[in-house]
Design a binder for this molecule. Sequence first.
Ligand code: SF4
Ligand code: SF4
Length: 289
Amino acid sequence: MKEIVIISGKGGTGKTSVASALASLAGKKAIVADCDVDASNLHLIMHPKITSREEFYSGTLAEIDEKACIACGLCQNVCRFNAVEYSNNLYAIDELNCEGCGYCSKVCPSGAITMKPQKSGDVFHGDTEIADGMVYAKLGIGAENSGKLVAKVKKDAMLMAEKKGRNIILVDGSPGIGCPVVSSLSGASYVVIVTEPSVSGFHDLTRVIELIQKFRLSAGCIINKRDLNEEISQKIKDYLIGEGVQHLADLPYHNSFSKAIKEGVPVTTLEVKEINDALCTVWSKINNQ
Ligand code: SF4
Ligand code: SF4
């Protein structure tokens, strides 16, 4: 199975536009996984017809049974997160503060505290005209464990690919270098980094390449909006050579990207020759890896 992960050091570089364009070039050969679970939006371009939805549970929260509680206060004494409140002779859990460590339930002398599994998001599976299938997720508001949700999306995409007999998974990762990105990179065959020629874009690129090198992954880079700053574009290219990262393509700053987003279609469908030629070159380079 070939797993191609598309990431960016920061948001707004055009990562999702590139991911949907590569999905359109891969067509029915690929399954697409949107692992940007904190702000998934690839489905707005892929328009999957949802075939199943699964609730995702991760972590636990303490819950006090008022009837069983003997108001000894031990739970409040041991909680290091100030998650146990006391008022009107009752102890109760403040869910926003509870970290689910379970210490309170261990010390409670009357067994009044249970640890309840917490729903942290939903996972969606669907068919799409653009690729052969899609998996994406939405993390609940304020929910944590996005890394685990990313792992779930990737696992489901793998199962979908196996079931449909496909051997390419395109993963749209989340921006940055945090836990969800690390989870997106796990098992990657090749990483496509989308960057832009700005001071912050270059800085974030160096961080993301450092991360990829820790995982010893092969990677290539697309410089999007190249003409925003030709000088930094050139510095990025020199940097890529020094770091052994393949330069996949330069994409010009072009209004077809924002038009495609507004219309909810991959940019390739707008058939702008310069952009499509560059993206086809990228796809062919990735396939030769
Ligand atoms: S589970 Fe941990 S964090 Fe939550 S109330 Fe109990 S001791 Fe506090
Ligand atoms: S430790 Fe158990 S019995 Fe004591 S106050 Fe907490 S919930 Fe109630």
